[in-house]
Design a protein. Structure first.
Length: 269
């Protein structure tokens, strides 16, 4: 079973994800994270942030991470200007499930990402569905659109600057940072003998996995290493850039439901 700790008072952030005594979530010192308010610039403290209704863009990393959540029984709820999000996490025989409900006016478009920053070694690998469409985002606009690069390094000529190793591999710090959105609802992370599998289910909504591989290339001036493996509703980092089929949409019922499943056993895509 996975052991999960969250912090409803400070944006609902997941602060711990442990399996057999191993902590999967990466953290960095950021005491200012405890004092944020809606409209503040994003403070990267690590863990897993609930990013909704966008990841990049405005508000940066969404509108839920900077607000207190309310705990009622085994559920946590955050209310933002245009929507409310409720999350219920429970243990399962081989991991955990997080069920979500977003309430908003019909037609409301949004992105959601389980912005999980993982503490991984340079030998870790990411396994997503081979051949899945992969859009690489240096900032807000995609630079490349090609199949998931399992075992196939990027062509050097694809980039105006060094990209580093193929996106399914981490490797040592090399000063690169790149984000990608992969059209698949599941991912497996392998690090030595350990494995973490993440899978997303939602009826009638676009599903993907965002990958953020920062090998000491971000932020400028004071870079650090961080790796994001982020199940997502939608297929873009910035809601403002999402095409008609690249964002989730609230149906006539006024409600969208989805489930995130995590296991500490291999369920490779």
């Amino acid at each position: 079973m996975l052991e999960i700790v969250t912090d409803p008072a400070h944006g609902g952030r997941w602060t711990s994800l442990r399996a057999d005594g191993h902590e999967w979530l990466w953290h960095r010192p950021a005491p200012e994270r405890q004092r944020v308010a809606p409209g503040d610039a994003f403070v990267d403290a690590g863990g897993l942030e609930e990013c909704v209704p966008t990841v990049r863009g405005a508000p940066d990393h969404g509108d839920a991470w900077s607000r207190p959540w309310r705990r009622e029984g085994d559920a946590d709820t955050v209310r933002c200007d245009r929507f409310a999000l409720t999350r219920t996490i429970r243990g399962t025989a081989d991991g955990a499930e997080a069920d979500y409900v977003l309430d908003a006016d019909p037609g409301f478009r949004f992105l959601w990402a389980a912005h999980a920053l993982l503490d991984l070694t340079p030998r870790a690998t990411l396994r997503l569905r081979e051949g899945a469409r992969t859009r690489v985002f240096p900032e807000a606009a995609p630079l490349l659109d090609r199949p998931w690069p399992t075992g196939a390094p990027w062509l050097e000529g694809d980039w105006p600057a060094p990209l580093g190793p193929a996106l399914d591999r981490l490797g040592p710090d090399d000063g690169t940072a790149v984000g990608a959105v992969v059209d698949t609802p599941r991912a497996c992370v392998h690090d030595g003998a350990r494995c973490l599998a993440l899978a997303l289910e939602a009826d009638g909504q676009p599903l993907s996995v965002a990958v953020w591989r920062n090998l000491g290339g971000f932020p400028a001036g004071n870079p650090y290493r961080s790796t994001g493996v982020e199940p997502m509703l939608g297929r873009a980092f910035d809601l403002a850039d999402a095409g008609p089929a690249d964002a989730a949409r609230v149906p006539a019922s006024g409600e969208v439901r989805w489930r995130l499943t995590l296991t500490a056993t291999c369920r490779c895509a």
